[in-house]
Design a protein around this ligand. Structure first.
Ligand SMILES: Nc1ncnc2c1ncn2[C@@H]1O[C@H](COP(=O)(O)OP(=O)(O)O)[C@@H](O)[C@H]1O
Ligand code: SF4
Ligand SMILES: [Mg+2]
Length: 340
């Protein structure tokens, strides 16, 4: 068996709370100490072999982008580690880290903000490889044109500026820029979320072609289950910083197992008809500053029992390559040991 390309091992990320002057005054007057943090990512483990595409799905604020940024080396984890090809991906400004982090390329939601408006797209695409000496100067132009071709754009576009392109075209340019770095891993963070549905489909098809031709390994982050369906081998569902279900895409879409995944599916738009059979999940998303005790989903879960309020469910094997973090899959929701 070959070693996995990416190993995320018990990674957590907490952001210190930025207290306002008012918060500080109130704390002082009441004699309380200001403490607390945003629990953006909690105890996430995930192993990705080379050539696999894993979807990361969950509602806004559940920690998807933070996880993507940790994997890309932009943030250091508060706990745990990320290994790429057997080497640690750390955040920081050290030389060796910078070299390593070019091996992970991130593609963001907003192709308008991520491209420099004053640079010709050819310069944007070739900037990274030129800076890192990946391509000899004499080959830069041909290589840039080949990349444009690979993402379905004309080579002559290299001399144009970003404002001359549509949103979908800009996202193709952003993908070309990422591929130019010859990355081992792509992290696509809501890469099609800002595009119209028909353009989304075109960019997803491009991604499918690229993955077939280049054997890409990727984390494909989206808040939308219908977007990741056809581009991912496995899907991880996140809730309030944790992975609650991880399953092969076919298995997950055939039968969501975790109560939160099931709830997400009831809020997925019906594809094709364009109609949204939208059933919002009961209750508010709790604050990641003070996540609920036990299973963080218990205030919203129709199956919650006493055990759910006190004990954090572990990820357990549910067969067919699926893992689920729910007491229903691990002994039941009643208090454990009470009857013994
Ligand atoms: N740099 C940061 N500083 C403080 N809090 C942050 C920062 N980045 C994200 N957060 C918080 O962490 C949580 C997870 O955010 P994020 O990873 O962006 O979620 P998602 O991408 O799933 O919408 C949110 O509560 C968000 O407000
Ligand atoms: S552990 Fe309990 S509260 Fe959490 S999803 Fe399962 S049944 Fe619901
Ligand atoms: Mg995000």
């Amino acid at each position: 068996m070959t070693a996995p390309l990416l190993v995320i091992d018990h990674v957590s990320k907490r952001f210190p709370l930025k207290a306002t002057l008012g918060d500080k005054l109130t704390a002082r007057l009441s004699g309380r100490r200001l403490s607390g943090a945003v629990h953006a990512v909690t105890d996430v483990s995930l192993t990705v072999p080379k050539g696999e595409v894993v979807g990361i799905v969950g509602e806004s604020g559940c920690g998807k982008s933070t996880l993507g940024r940790i994997v890309s080396g932009i943030y250091a984890p508060t706990e745990g580690s990320v290994m790429l090809d057997g080497q640690p991906v750390a955040s920081g400004r050290e030389e060796h880290v910078n070299k390593l982090t070019t091996r992970v390329q991130m593609i963001h939601q907003d192709p308008f903000a991520s491209l420099n408006p004053r640079m010709k797209v050819g310069e944007t695409i070739s900037e990274g490889p030129r800076t890192h000496g990946l391509v000899p100067a004499s080959e830069v132009r041909a290589k840039t044109r080949a990349l444009l071709d690979q993402v379905g754009l004309e080579g002559a576009y290299a001399d144009r500026f970003p404002h001359q392109f549509s949103g979908g075209q800009r996202q193709r340019i952003a993908i070309a820029r990422a591929l130019a770095m010859q990355p081992d891993l792509l992290v696509l963070d809501e890469a099609v979320a800002s595009l119209d549905v028909s353009i989304q489909a075109q960019v997803l098809n491009l991604f499918l072609d690229l993955r077939r031709d280049l054997g890409l390994t990727a984390l494909f982050i989206s808040h939308d289950l219908s977007v990741v369906r056809h581009v991912c081998d496995r899907v991880a569902i996140m809730y309030l910083g944790r992975i609650v279900e991880l399953a092969p895409a076919d298995e997950l879409y055939a039968k969501p197992e975790h109560p939160y995944t099931q709830a997400l599916f009831t809020s997925v738009p019906t594809l094709g008809t364009g109609r949204r059979a939208f059933v919002p999940i009961k209750g508010e998303i709790p604050s990641p500053i003070d996540p609920p005790s036990g299973c963080a989903f218990h205030p919203r879960c129709p199956f919650a029992g006493p055990r759910c309020r006190t004990e954090i469910p572990r990820m357990t094997d549910a067969g067919a390559g699926r893992s689920v973090a729910c007491h229903l899959n691990d002994g039941g929701v009643e208090e454990q040991g009470a009857a013994a």
